[in-house]
Design a protein around this ligand. Structure first.
Ligand code: PEP
Ligand code: MN
Length: 371
């Protein structure tokens, strides 16, 4: 059971004290408090955990601090969509709105290599009206001898360049909780020129200690990649780990499943599950066509497989696209063969827009059946 308190209920108020006194006396029920900081008001949610079947919804709604009681299923308590659950989806970050309606492109380098390439990338993004990018500083690699990313040393100049080119948000993978501290220190040292969404890679989807560390901090939203070898509900539960620790600003990313059946693509593209993730949870859904398709091959129609997959995701309602570009893929230290070229950025964005318009038209066609 979930109780939503009246907006801006203070912990010190009489209504809150009476409500909590009552809840604490309920036999066999544990209480977990969750704060949702909206742009205009703060909402307190209280989760009642345990045997809640005997609880009387109207009795709970009569408590002075309670606005609404919602019966929720056991799964995805914070991030899930529950019956009669009218809680909004998504969040604001760096002046941008991320939810199940919006769409943002995060084009950028798989791995930060040198200032020249990062600057060329960011200049191209600015020239194409973009405010977000991806930049990998910590790279989880199959071989211990492969380039592992520049790590903390590149953060100050990457953030400064982001500020210079008006980049408001960088998606950046972290593979250890210490990396959050590195990022915070570099942001502070450079005067917070940009924002960072902490990305959890597919190899770490079930690294529960990393999830808890990212969930405990609320400065940065999180982008959780689905695990490449586990089922969807296991990956959604991983996202719930972040939220259960306190950080519910979570974007879920589909990036394909590891399977020989995906060949000749790098992974089996799974973007048909966008609507399922939106139905089961309130998270914005990202697609990563680069790491799922993984090649620059193109169909006889001239369109790259990677762009066909991107459009398939966008036309199904994707809210974010994480995509590898590189000014000179031959120089790229990681994943050069799947990188798009800066000269392709303009057409990439136009292609995305075509699919987005088609999605909006499709949504309008079915508007009478929307919930
Ligand atoms: C990445 O986005 O750079 C990456 C390593 O992706 P994944 O975790 O999906 O393999
Ligand atoms: Mn990569």
């Amino acid at each position: 059971m979930l109780l939503i308190l009246h907006p801006d209920t203070e912990d010190t108020s009489e209504a809150y004290r009476i409500t909590l006194d009552f809840l604490q006396k309920l036999p066999g029920i544990k209480i977990k408090k969750h704060l949702v900081q909206g742009q205009e008001q703060a909402l307190t949610e209280i989760y009642l955990i345990g045997n809640t079947s005997a609880l009387d919804k109207s009795e709970l709604e009569a408590l002075p601090a309670v606005e609404r009681a919602i019966k929720i299923s056991e799964d995805y308590r914070v991030l899930g969509r529950h019956r009669d659950d009218k809680r909004i989806s998504g969040f604001e970050y760096q002046g941008l709105r991320f939810d199940q309606e919006t769409l943002h492109v995060f084009a950028g380098l798989c791995a930060v290599d040198n200032p020249k390439n990062v600057e060329a990338m960011m200049a191209a993004l600015r020239d194409n009206g973009q405010q977000c990018t991806r930049m990998g500083a910590y790279k989880p690699r199959t071989s211990p001898y492969a380039f592992q990313g520049h790590g903390a040393s590149c953060l100050p100049w990457v953030f400064e360049l982001a500020g210079k080119y008006g980049i408001k948000v960088i998606a950046m993978e972290v593979t250890h909780e210490n990396h959050i501290r590195d990022i915070d220190e570099a942001l502070e040292k450079t005067g917070n020129p940009t924002g960072v969404i902490l990305q959890i890679g597919t190899r770490n989807t079930q690294n529960f200690e990393l999830l808890k560390a990212i969930g405990k901090q609320t400065r940065h939203p999180a982008l959780l990649k689905r695990g490449y070898g586990i089922n969807l509900s296991e990956s959604l539960n991983a996202a719930e780990y972040l939220a259960s620790e306190g950080n519910d600003r979570v974007i879920f990313c589909l990036r394909g499943m590891k399977s020989d059946y995906g060949a000749p693509h790098r992974n089996m593209v799974d973007f048909a599950q966008i609507p399922a993730v939106k139905r089961l949870t309130r998270m914005p859904v990202c697609i990563d066509p680069s790491h799922s398709v993984g090649t620059r091959e193109r169909a006889p129609d001239g369109v790259l497989d990677l762009l066909h997959a991107t459009s398939q995701g966008v036309i199904a309602g994707a809210n974010m696209i994480l995509v590898d570009f590189h000014p000179n893929p031959k120089e790229a230290l990681v994943d050069g063969p799947q990188a798009l070229l800066l000269s392709e950025l303009d057409r990439f964005l136009k292609d995305v827009d075509i699919a987005r318009q088609a999605y909006i038209a499709r949504k309008n066609l079915w508007a009478d059946a929307a919930q």
